[in-house]
Design a protein around this ligand. Sequence first.
Ligand SMILES: CC(C)(COP(=O)(O)OP(=O)(O)OC[C@H]1O[C@@H](n2cnc3c(N)ncnc32)[C@H](O)[C@@H]1OP(=O)(O)O)[C@@H](O)C(=O)NCCC(=O)NCCS
Length: 209
Amino acid sequence: MNQNRSTASPSPNTAAATAPARPGLDLIPWPIRTDRLVLRRLRPTDLDRLWEYRSLPEVHQWLGGGSITDFAAFEARFPSLCEHGIAVELDGRVIGDLRAVVGDAWSQVGMEHLAKNTEAVLGWVFDPEAAGRGYATESVGALITACFAHLGVRRVSGSCFAVNEPSARLMKRLGMRLEEHSRKTALHRSGEWMDTMMFGVLADEWPER
Ligand SMILES: CC(C)(COP(=O)(O)OP(=O)(O)OC[C@H]1O[C@@H](n2cnc3c(N)ncnc32)[C@H](O)[C@@H]1OP(=O)(O)O)[C@@H](O)C(=O)NCCC(=O)NCCS
């Protein structure tokens, strides 16, 4: 559990000064080993490998940041990817990367201190060469387990463009619940306003694995 949460000040005036640091991924005991995969922290030397699959048009079309043609821009933001990023290895080769960012739940005024750092938002990107064999399901499932066990969050969520069916199927397959399907709320770089879907799962709904 994150012990800092209970010591945070509820006062808006002092919150900034006393706010606890976000629980970082270093609270998780790495590496995580699953039946077939190894999950470890992303590191600067993963830059070229991630660029290989993240810059593919069929992958990049669903991603939020960076430019599809600009390696220098990707390199410049890579340290921030490493801060929240997890590499997924199969037989020593990176086949995908995950992301987990801890944040605050919404709360009414006066309750902010109890809502701090209670949620984790996850993301995932895999090399298409590794698709269709359950690697994303296996690794994201292990990451959700680790978030509940080590980051002290009460809810894990993920979201995607509604037309990104593999991503929505992944969340359903994991047992996450569709909690929001909003109409044309996200502007894709194609210029189209797209529907988005958000899925979530609570700690007490997540089975022991
Ligand atoms: C989203 C993404 C990770 C999903 O990848 P995926 O290959 O469909 O997911 P998995 O690796 O879990 O494989 C599941 C598929 O393999 C099949 N499969 C085979 N063996 C399996 C196993 N042992 N366990 C689970 N599924 C298995 C499943 O039936 C499923 O196929 P289906 O979706 O046709 O039913 C991938 O499409 C991706 O990286 N896309 C680009 C980036 C992106 O969109 N990121 C998310 C932005 S919101």
